[in-house]
Every structure is written in structure tokens, then in C-alpha cells.
Design a protein around this ligand. Structure first.
Ligand SMILES: [Zn+2]
Length: 413
């Protein structure tokens, strides 16, 4: 078994922060943490070569089990030698469990779960009278493919089988992802299901690890749900943190589900207090710069998010002073880099005016250059946090960054 995690530095608890740096070792290499993991949903970071992702400092990539299950099918990835080999990425890889996509695409809500709790509605988006494409029961989820409308079913066992075939170094247990709109009663039921499914994931993971013993070891992270409720988040963390089945426990933990942006630090803090300190913690689907600081200072080791590449394709680019839309009129003749302080390939070779032209002309290269910049911006920002933890200047880095960075993204997934 070649998976391990070691903590290399921690901020002193006295200053209110609990940030830490560390090192995750996987069969495909080491991840220095805290670390931002760019998302390659369908085994590709859209419009960017894997070599470019490596050049911009990405240490690992995360693919989505749901999408790869539907297309090309997990058997193809298995025969290819795993997702990394299939996509020509020799570094560490992650897959999510498929739970989020199965339920969110099925229900039909957008991939935005970080909502404002102030907009709560009492009605339940999972109400049985509404037409929806995913049906959750105690055994699993039946859902309709967003590609062709065909019916499929995910259970904890199927998710484990699919993820073992995809072959990523780090996988996540199959969970029920709820939203802030679900009622308290529904959240409780979902948490019970996620608990039962976590045990089934460990059991199936153990079985598959033995059956496929010639394959590199794949680590399994449990997923903490519980929405905005302190007692539910703490209970889920205690339950999964201490869970042992078939003689194994989780290698790490993901914090998932409905996360109210305004309470992100509080919720992550509750979870971090309950989970075993020595195991890595991943914050699922969070990637806005200000949220990354909040996650790191509350003990998060890794993040993934599609935000950087998704907004890049709509011409929205990061700078140290905020986000702007490079296709807007003021940038037509600005012959300067997107961000003077950025060291990425795009900023060292191209101007805002050129990107403006590419976006206006609907040229494919626009997406490539903007994505390289945005991914580098986020990867580098988290790299700077890691260095700041090591030399004791994390609080200063956070204060300095937030004093200049003005754009506040309303939702971070
Ligand atoms: Zn750049």
C-alpha cells in the first residue's frame, strides 16, 4: 500500500488559525499540500494539454466518475491502464464518487450548491411531486443520463467498482449530496443513508483492492455531509472519522454538499475539530480565491473546483485585484498581460488585447490561453499559502491578498 500523509508544518493554534502544510504520497507521485486540484471532468481539462497543466504547476487532476461512467465507460479506462495513462497524465489523480452529479444533474439544479442561506425556501427541491431525473432510495440512486435519457443506477458498490476501474489514486465514497433547500428532516435521513453507504463503500473497496491486487493502491476518502447543521456535521465527522469496516478505515475525508458561503469557515471548522488530525481533508467543489483562504485556515489540505476553467471559457480572468471580463470593450487595445504579476505562459506571451480579439472572434485558442492563466492563478495562490504556512506568514498573506482582491464571487462551485 503506497498511500500516506504527513504534516510538515502547522500554524500555531494561538493565532486562531489551524492551517497546515503536508505531503500526500500516492502511487503516481507526491502532492505537496495545501494544494488546488484542477478538474478534468471527462479526463481532460477542457482546451488545455496535460503538459501545459504540468507546466503551470498542477500537482494532480480530478475527473468525474459519473461522466466517465456514461462515456467512454469505465471498462475502457480499465483496459487503458487507468485514467492517468488514458489521458497522458503521469501524476496523481482523483475521482469523485458520482454522487454529486447523479443527484444534481438528475434533480436538474445547476452545479451551484454553495448558496446563501438567506434565500432558504421551506419547500423541498426533492419533493416527490416534482418531475426529476434522479430518485434516491436507501439502496442507491436511479437516474436518467443527461446525454441520452437512458436509465442507470448507482449504488455504493457500483460507485466503488466504477472508481476502481477508472483507477484514480484517490477516490471518494458514494454519498447523498443534499442542498440548503432540503428540510432538516430530509438532511437527517440523507445523513443516515450516507453513513450506511460509507460502510458499504469500505466493504466493497476492501474486496476490490484484494481482487485487483496487481493494480496500484487506490485510497478511499469518506465524504462528510450535514449541510449547515452543526450537530449533523459533527455527527457525520465522528461517525466517518471513527468508522472501521472489513478491517479498514478511510484514508482521508472529503467535505461535501451544501456549503453556505457565509458559513464556510464555521462549517469546515466543526468538521476539522472532529475528524482525525493525521488524515488529509479535501474540500469538494470550492475554488474561489477568498474561499480557499477560509478552507486552508480551517485545516483543509486539498481542493478541487471547475470554477477557474469554467469562467475562463466565458472570458472571465483573475488578477490580484479581482476578476474582469477580457472580452469587454475597455480591453480592446490594452497591450499588457492579463495580470502583470502572473508568471503563466499566457501572461508572458500574450496581451489582453489579443485575448479580447480571440474571444470576440470566437477562436478556440481563447479558451486555452484564458484557462492556462486562471488555473495558474489559483494553483499559484495555494502554493503561496503553503509557503506562507511554512514560514509563519499565512495570516499576513491572507490579509494582504484580501485587501487588494475586490471581486467576491457569489458562489464558488
Ligand atoms: Zn497569467
Amino acid at each position: 500500500m503506497s498511500f500516506s500523509f504527513e504534516i510538515t508544518a502547522e500554524t500555531s493554534p494561538g493565532n486562531g488559525a489551524q492551517a497546515r502544510s503536508g505531503r500526500i504520497t500516492t502511487p503516481h507521485g507526491v502532492i505537496e499540500t495545501p494544494c488546488f486540484i484542477p478538474v478534468g471532468t471527462k479526463a481532460t481539462v477542457k482546451s488545455v494539454l496535460p503538459e501545459s497543466m504540468k507546466d503551470l504547476g498542477a500537482q494532480a487532476l480530478l475527473a468525474n466518475a459519473y461522466h466517465l461512467y456514461l462515456q467512454p465507460g469505465p471498462d475502457v479506462l480499465d483496459e487503458a491502464g487507468g485514467v492517468g495513462k488514458f489521458m497522458n497524465w503521469d501524476g496523481p489523480t482523483f475521482t469523485d464518487s458520482g454522487g454529486f452529479q447523479v443527484i444534481s444533474l438528475g434533480v436538474g439544479f445547476k452545479k451551484v450548491l454553495a448558496m446563501d442561506a438567506q434565500t432558504f425556501r421551506a419547500d423541498d427541491v426533492m419533493a416527490t411531486k416534482k418531475e426529476r431525473l434522479a430518485h434516491v432510495d436507501d439502496e442507491g440512486v436511479t437516474f436518467k443520463s443527461h446525454l441520452d435519457g437512458s436509465m442507470h443506477r448507482f449504488t455504493p458498490e457500483i460507485s466503488m467498482q466504477v472508481q476502481h476501474q477508472i483507477g484514480a489514486d484517490i477516490m471518494f465514497a458514494f454519498d447523498e449530496c443534499t442542498t440548503l433547500h432540503n428540510t432538516r428532516g430530509y438532511q437527517e435521513g440523507a445523513l443516515d443513508r450516507t453513513f450506511a453507504w460509507a460502510i458499504r463503500c469500505l466493504d466493497e473497496h476492501k474486496r476490490l483492492t484484494e481482487e485487483r491486487s496487481t493494480h496500484p493502491y487506490q485510497a478511499l476518502f469518506g465524504v462528510i455531509q450535514g449541510a449547515q447543521y452543526e450537530d449533523l456535521r459533527r455527527k457525520a465527522s465522528k461517525d466517518l472519522g471513527g468508522m472501521n469496516s472489513s478491517g479498514i478505515s478511510f484514508d482521508g475525508f472529503g467535505i461535501g454538499g451544501a456549503l453556505d458561503k457565509n458559513a464556510l469557515g464555521t462549517i469546515v471548522g466543526w468538521v476539522n475539530e472532529e475528524l482525525p488530525r493525521e488524515k488529509p481533508k479535501h474540500l469538494l467543489g470550492i475554488g474561489a480565491p477568498e474561499d480557499l483562504f477560509v478552507g486552508v485556515e480551517n485545516g483543509i489540505d486539498t481542493f478541487d473546483c471547475v470554477l477557474a476553467s469554467r469562467i475562463a471559457r466565458t472570458s472571465s480572468v483573475y488578477t490580484m485585484t479581482g476578476r474582469f471580463n477580457v472580452s469587454n470593450a475597455p480591453y480592446r487595445k490594452q497591450f499588457v498581460p492579463i495580470d502583470e504579476e502572473c508568471d503563466c505562459y499566457t501572461c508572458t506571451h500574450y496581451t489582453r488585447a489579443y485575448l479580447h480579439h480571440l474571444f470576440r472572434g470566437k477562436e478556440i485558442l481563447a479558451a486555452t490561453l484564458a484557462t492556462i492563466h486562471n488555473e495558474r492563478f489559483i494553483v499559484r495562490l495555494v502554493d503561496q499559502m503553503r509557503a506562507a504556512i511554512a514560514d509563519g506568514s499565512f495570516s499576513e498573506l491572507k490579509a494582504q491578498f484580501l485587501s487588494r482582491y475586490t471581486y467576491k464571487n457569489p458562489s464558488s462551485t
